[in-house]
Design a protein around this ligand. Structure first.
Ligand SMILES: [Zn+2]
Length: 100
């Protein structure tokens, strides 16, 4: 006999990042092997939506502006990458990292 869907969907899982209990139906599966499609014999870990977003969708809003800032006509690829690296380091490095 089939259990009702609602019953199954009410199951909760624990987010591996923040430890919150979330409804299984609202959680995101996290496979540490990076292959969510091979399901055989695996137990998935779970992330809540918030943590999943932090993990997989780094903010990229500033990337375009940053590229425009460092772009300059005639810049070689190496120069461009060096600038890019320097700018990113300068802008996003946390204070602790800077002290090293
Ligand atoms: Zn979480």
């Amino acid at each position: 006999m089939w259990r009702s869907r609602t019953n199954r969907d009410r199951k909760t899982v624990v987010c591996i990042a923040c430890g919150d209990s979330v409804l299984r139906s609202a959680a995101r599966e996290y496979d540490k092997e990076g292959n969510r499609w091979e399901r055989h014999g695996k137990r998935f870990e779970h992330l809540c939506k918030e943590c999943y977003r932090d993990l997989c969708h780094q903010p990229r809003g500033e990337l375009e502006g940053l590229l425009v800032d460092i772009e300059e006509h005639g810049l070689s690829q190496t120069e461009f990458l060096t600038r890019y690296f320097d700018t990113v380091t300068e802008r996003y490095e946390s204070p602790e990292e800077r002290e090293r």
